[in-house]
Design a protein around this ligand. Sequence first.
Ligand SMILES: *[C@@H]1O[C@H](CO)[C@@H](O)[C@H](O)[C@H]1NC(C)=O
Length: 855
Amino acid sequence: MRFKLRNLLLIFSTVCIFLNPFHISGSPLLLTCGPNTGGTDADGRKWEPDGKYLVAGDDKSTAAKAGLQDPSLPSYVPYMSARIFQSESTYQFPLQNSSSRTLLRLHFYPSPYPNVDVSKSYFSVVAGSMLLLNNFSAYITAEALSQSYLVKEYYLTPPRSASLNVTFRPADNSFAFINGVEVIAAPEIFDNEPLLVGSYIDARTFTTVPVTASSMEMSYRLNVGGQFISPMNDSDGLMRTWYDDSVYIYGAGHGVALQADTRVGYKKMPPYTAPLDVYRTYRSMGAYADVNKVSNLTWIFEIDPGFMYLVRLHWCDSEMVKVNQRVFDVMINNMTAAHEVDLFGWTNAIATPVRKDYVVITENVTGNDDTHMWVSLVPTNQTRPEFMDVLLNGLEIFKMSDNVESTLAGPNPMISDLMRKYLEGHRMGLKDFEENDSTIIITFGAGGAAAVGVATAVICVVYRRKRKATAGGDSRTSWLPISWNSNTNTTKSSTAGKNQTLVAISTDAASNCRHFSLVEVTSATDNFDESNVIGVGGFGKVYKGVIDGGTKVAIKRSNPSSGQGVNEFVTEIEMLSRLRHRHLVSLIGFCEDNGEMILVYDYMGRGTLREHLYKGNETTLSWKQRLQICIGSARGLHYLHTGAKYTIIHRDVKTTNILLDDKWVAKVSDFGLSKTGPTMDKGHVSTAVKGSFGYLDPEYFSRQQLTDKSDVYSFGVVLFEVLCARPALSPNLPQDQVSLADWAARNVRNGTVENIIDPALKGTVSPDSLAKFVEMAAKCLADHGGHRPSMGDVLWSLEMVLQLQETYESSGAMEGPEEGRSVEYDRENDGEKNETTGYEENDHTFSLYVNQEGR
Ligand SMILES: *[C@@H]1O[C@H](CO)[C@@H](O)[C@H](O)[C@H]1NC(C)=O
């Protein structure tokens, strides 16, 4: 849908002003849809049954109960029950105040329900005369966002009547469903006439857009530089959710997240505007004026082009005490929104909250539909301010209704053909779920689909081992806070693995990588001859091969009888067919003939990083070589996090997934577990915990919320592995040394890190470079993701470490390396004997499903 000029004209001409600012009054309507009795949610809010609001007559709806409780659901009520509409049905909600906007929230949980196929549900929702959703698939939307449930939030214009009708209209031969509805009389939260972005010429020449006639859909709501705020902690009972902004930051410049050290109060601001915590925490650029002068802070968002958006900025400057100290411009899609913002100048007081709205037309001048919106803060020196810095406390983005078509509806998010095929196969596997009140949990994400029954709130680990541990590998496992059993695979997707529907090339993947026939692959590997095996993993084997009469390749073949790893296979193709980077391993193509799952990659002549650290290779990598490898891998990961269209979280960063080519160039590999990161209205991905023991972010482990900082943690473990030349986990060492992450962190704290570095490095490392390296690696291991550096910061620090080392070496201060490297850590100690070269994967990879009841 394209933006039409006549929409704008119409909006400009229908200026009607309702000046009814008032506080939220009366109690909101909270409805749990389907059941005859109400219930209480995890926050203690009471939800009543929806039945009495349905317009009698043609209603043929039925109640249904979700059979599976995803661990990421915030509450049992209202998500675990649903109302299913086979034909058009209407709710009529009484309104407490017919001249205020109505805040309408719709909750959807696209889980399997008995007797219906939720992936085939497509429907429209109309509120009053406004089309909110059209041909909407909650299933596709949730899959695309890697979420198990969805909340849609609308601010509808006053209907001028005592009730609001909301109609659910299934598409042909389909059905509609809903789990929960909230109807709240909203205070007048929007300015009447915000500035049109790009129209500013000078303080008297600009255009404004009246917004009172537009309904709004909340697209993003961020507590910038602060933490997640749950509905219960929102101000004035509006039950909004505020997310952390860091995952939306574009580029390497993340600035610094800070908290006010003066008291922040609302002053003249109505408290419903935002919770005080939004105004207390903020992000700014940092202390280096010279750097700031040439940089900016930018956030990027996915949007529906063709709609206008209202962008709301929340500010509260708790540092500046005079005018012209901190002055900056706000740019949206490279157009000026606000010119020379000087918050002290605006408020004439310190720590005074302000909010400003701006309207953006998202279709660009060339008529291209850009699906992104950039919001940038750029310091200015036009006024010669005392500091070169910017500031932001909160950011909300609302989609504005198209008032000609009376719609807010956009398309469902895109899923590629291959992913769709995979999901269809996956769904067949899900059909046979057992119905059982609260004991069955599932993960229902695009990348990791599995079902495990857990009766109590314990953690169960599905652990796939590459080989049986020999040298007493089990004797010291009791320190792990989890129970584990080897070689268990309960993933439902194993059914889909043998499913022939998977065998098809997606148009996306086909255009980017090659489709090999099984004949080509067998001839490349001498019919999978054992002598060509260069690696073995839980999935099957990796072979060396030759194609096109001389090109060396690595061929990864999933064991066709295991039926395992279909998720990983699809994800790897989906990711690698789109990503090309010097520091990511390249996928040449794949083969899916006969139900095979075979991937063909560039050959990496020097195998994995791990085998050059302590796996018995003769040559010892110098400190400089190690740093160059770390820098290469950091570049690859930084590209994943920020360079692609979406944030991509690798989820399995470890030394066996960093490969080296003939020229020692590091390449990140194995994207089987990776996820496209948080998009739309969530600051993190809720997902079943997957990863590798010894590398796993404790915060991800305990909260199941995945962010790019989980990769930073794992990379921190890699850095210590490189420094200390020992595995991430060494079960046979004394208990306090088993986990490298814990042991290294303890040594850093005690100032004894010199004692644990690889003896082969002794005397070759510049003390400055060592100190900087250790400082940064330790920061990567911070308990809280928010305290860890970004991958961009890590990269920058590593480059500095390398520079320090080079300066040191050229100054001639370096002693000769010690003869005869002593192998401190027995190679057999990590429970895997006879490691060969090549592509070791899944050696400690596991999936973990956590049941958090009543959360
Ligand atoms: C922000 O900085 C980036 C990188 O330096 C630059 O490409 C971009 O144009 C800047 N944006 C604005 C709005 O100044």
